[in-house]
Design a protein around this ligand. Structure first.
Ligand SMILES: [Zn+2]
Length: 298
């Protein structure tokens, strides 16, 4: 099975875990009893309800050990439908079931947040959702005692956010990772470029800034979606500007453009439909003539 999905990754500190579906609250039904769950008589994972095609992310770095119909060798049975299993080392595995699409192959090394597939309702599923499990133990075919609450596990092992100069470096690295990606008004999610109103896969200025902060802080800081809302973040005196800070520009009567400062008088931003994500100098050209303000989210 092949599927067109954006190829991108998020950077999370070593060992850090992220939620497998962005912006969706799990059902909280881990360990709920019910005859529908034949294996143990209770729900061995938790469910993330989302439309078919919603992107599924690797919850942590690891190696893909299964990526096909759940009943194949190494899978956990046809009830799981199209399934991915990732081995994270240390006897920890994560399971992603009922997928409509699989975008990764067995043997692949994945990073936390990497796109691995899409939500579906294959196998025994009542409506589209991701069924997500985490097991602790040596057996490749988990027994009931090996399951753990997956949402609690992700929260307990969330990526650690860097601070100070390490955070600045992570912010600049996240910004640099997107150089050359298209501009697309309305495009861009917390974890990667997406189709905007023109259909192109890319970023607008504020979704790019939001991605940079979300990625560099391993999901700890989610800034607002729009430049106007972003200006409400912590103000910084211009002389105290650090790499990673947001520079906002006043255009046509509002704070309507934002870039990420990268040091040495330069910023990286998603400028406009005619250009891709680029490095620009703050001291030349169009931007220097505009009123500016600096913000540092927290
Ligand atoms: Zn489930």
């Amino acid at each position: 099975m092949t599927v067109l999905l954006p190829k991108y990754t998020v950077t999370v500190a070593a060992g850090g875990w992220v939620q497998p579906v962005e912006g969706v609250t799990a059902s909280g039904t881990y360990h709920a009893a019910g005859s529908a769950w034949q294996m143990c008589g209770w729900h061995t994972g938790d469910d993330y309800p989302a439309p078919i095609g919603t992107i599924v992310h690797a919850a942590a770095a690891g190696t893909v050990v299964h990526a096909s119909w759940g009943g194949d060798a190494g899978g956990t049975g046809p009830a799981y439908g199209n399934q991915i299993i990732i081995d994270h080392g240390g006897q920890v595995r994560s399971y992603y079931a009922h997928l409509s699409a699989i975008a990764i192959q067995v043997g692949a090394t994945v990073t936390a947040g990497q796109v691995i597939g899409a939500v579906g309702e294959t196998g025994n599923a009542f409506g589209p959702h991701l069924h997500f499990e985490v097991t602790l133990g040596t057996s490749s075919m988990p027994s009931c005692s090996q399951f753990t609450d997956p949402v609690a596990y992700v929260k307990a092992h969330a990526g650690t956010a860097a601070t100070g100069t390490a955070l600045s470096a992570a912010l600049v690295a996240a910004a640099r990772s997107q150089l050359g990606v298209a501009y697309s008004y309305g495009g861009g999610t917390l974890t990667g470029p997406s189709a905007g109103i023109d259909g192109r896969t890319g970023w607008d200025c504020s979704s790019f800034a939001r991605y940079v902060w979300y990625t560099a802080t391993a999901g700890k800081i989610t800034i607002p979606r729009t430049t106007t809302e972003q200006v409400a973040s912590l103000p910084v005196a211009s002389g105290a500007m650090q790499p990673g800070d947001l520079i906002e520009f006043w255009i046509d009567g509002s704070w309507s453009h934002v870039g990420v400062y990268i040091g040495a008088g330069q910023m990286i931003h998603a400028p406009n439909p005619a250009r891709t994500v680029s490095v620009d100098s703050l001291s030349s050209g169009y931007y220097t003539a505009l009123k500016q303000t600096v913000r540092r989210p927290r």
